[in-house]
Ligand binder design. Structure first.
Ligand SMILES: NC(=O)c1ccc[n+]([C@@H]2O[C@H](COP(=O)([O-])OP(=O)(O)OC[C@H]3O[C@@H](n4cnc5c(N)ncnc54)[C@H](O)[C@@H]3O)[C@@H](O)[C@H]2O)c1
Ligand SMILES: [Fe+2]
Length: 406
């Protein structure tokens, strides 16, 4: 993930150097609480720190649904005041972080608790970091820009996708340029996170499907990355198996807590894996669909994924075949080509079974050159992908997406 911000490099030697740098950046892990009501146990855990006033960061939708109420009630019962900032927007911009930060300072908050999807978590990460460092949110973007630890940060994810509760990154958009900025710093990893299926029960089917495919994509891109290690494979492989087994169930019945818990864990594993390996072309191209046409992050991944799997069918055949066998989709006697085909078919069948909107409103060939250039800038040499694509090949992917969604 660190690699995303570094000047594009192409040689094997430079990738090896980057791999070393990535390994040297520590990835602390949050204290993880699991299961129903773990969000309330998280609050009890927070009470041991002696906080007086906590900034609760969420979005308007979740606030309106009353999702945060049991948590703020438990905080109050334990003598901790809560101040609510509910202005987070999808793919939050700097103004969101600044508003929340002002509220934090005005109220003298001594801790931050994010309740929401990746958007709320990322905004809260940057608020907590900016609160203790004499830098603006903009100045904190980049790699290791903060000197001091962040304000104590706690997280309750309400989606199962980004795995942001486990990552050393945060994504904040520049509202004027529409460019997504990445912050990389182990100081943004929360002290503790609760993966509570109950808080995810009301997540709409489409958000469940979109975010679940985000988790799957993190794991798949990590699995085929040249930076993968036995440790990242452990997490990405387990995450993929969990998604195959549970995502459809979580979509069909939001109250299926076993499926919800499994998906929350899959997302967490994806976050742990991508911390060390970075991502790939699915994300590099999906980010362009997000910034250019406002396609939600997970849905954009779902639209791009089949096309990059086709690219990787040959270039990552050994890796994908090994994954097929790990997931019991192929046997040891199947040839790699057949095993890879079975894996790709499984992913495509899952995508077809999910309620994911495939339309990209406004998609237009005249944007493709700029989009392809931006995707190349993100991916080339900085993601350790099995095969690098040229501009023409990326434009062809965009063209196929456009034809299929027309
Ligand atoms: N920091 C990281 O490592 C990392 C990794 C991947 C993506 N991201 C970022 O995360 C953001 C996307 O996060 P996301 O996909 O979780 O979506 P999100 O946080 O933007 O939420 C999407 C929508 O779903 C609603 N929602 C969320 N949980 C709900 C629930 N339980 N019930 C009802 N509605 C619910 C929200 O109100 C919102 O309208 C993007 O900005 C992306 O860039 C960060
Ligand atoms: Fe993602």
């Amino acid at each position: 993930m660190i690699t995303e911000l570094i000047t594009p490099v192409r040689s094997k030697a430079q990738l090896t150097a980057l791999k070393l740098v990535t390994k040297l950046i520590p990835s602390p892990t949050p204290n993880l609480l699991l299961g129903t009501e773990s969000r309330l146990r998280l609050v009890e855990h927070m009470a041991h720190f002696g906080f007086k006033r906590v900034l609760l960061v969420t979005d308007d939708v979740l606030f309106g649904l009353g999702v945060i109420d049991p948590v703020s009630e438990r905080l109050n019962a334990l003598g901790i005041e809560s101040v609510v900032y509910s202005g987070v927007t999808p793919d939050p911009g700097f103004s969101v972080v600044e508003e929340g930060l002002n509220m934090l300072h005005q109220n003298g908050c001594d801790a931050v608790l994010a309740i929401g999807g990746g958007s709320s978590i990322d905004a809260a990460k940057v608020m907590a970091l900016a609160a203790t460092n004499h830098k603006t949110p903009q100045e904190l973007m980049g790699v290791l820009k903060a000197r001091k630890p962040s304000l104590p940060l706690f997280v309750i994810p309400t989606t199962a996708g980004t795995g942001s509760e486990a990552t050393i990154g945060a994504v904040i958009a520049d509202e004027t340029t529409h460019v997504k900025n990445l912050l990389i710093d182990p100081k943004v990893v929360p002290l503790a996170a609760a993966l509570d299926p109950e808080i995810m029960a009301g997540m709409p089917k489409s958000v469940t499907a979109d975010t679940g495919i985000d988790a799957l994509t993190h794991c798949l891109e990590s699995w085929v990355s040249d930076f993968s290690t036995p440790e990242t494979e452990f997490h990405s492989g387990a995450g993929i198996k969990l998604v195959f087994k549970h995502l459809e169930k979580a979509c069909e019945n939001g109250q299926d807590y076993e499926a919800r818990s499994a998906m929350a864990l899959a997302a967490n594993y994806g976050g742990l894996a991508l911390n060390k390996t970075g991502l790939g072309y699915v994300h590099a191209i999906a980010h362009q669909l997000g910034t250019q046409y406002g396609v939600p992050h997970g849905r954009a991944n779902a639209i791009v994924l089949p096309h990059i799997l086709e690219v990787n069918r040959h270039s990552a055949q050994t890796r994908l075949a090994a994954l097929a066998r790990l997931c019991d989709l192929a046997t040891d006697t199947d040839a790699d080509a057949l095993a890879t085909d079975k894996l790709i078919q499984r992913v495509n069948a899952l995508l077809a079974a999910l309620p994911i909107a495939r339309e990209v409103a406004g998609i237009n060939e005249r944007h493709f050159t700029t989009m392809a250039q931006a995707a190349m800038k993100e991916a080339h040499g900085t993601y350790a992908v099995p095969k690098y694509l040229n501009k023409k090949e990326i434009i062809q992917v965009l063209r196929t997406i456009s034809e299929q969604t027309a």
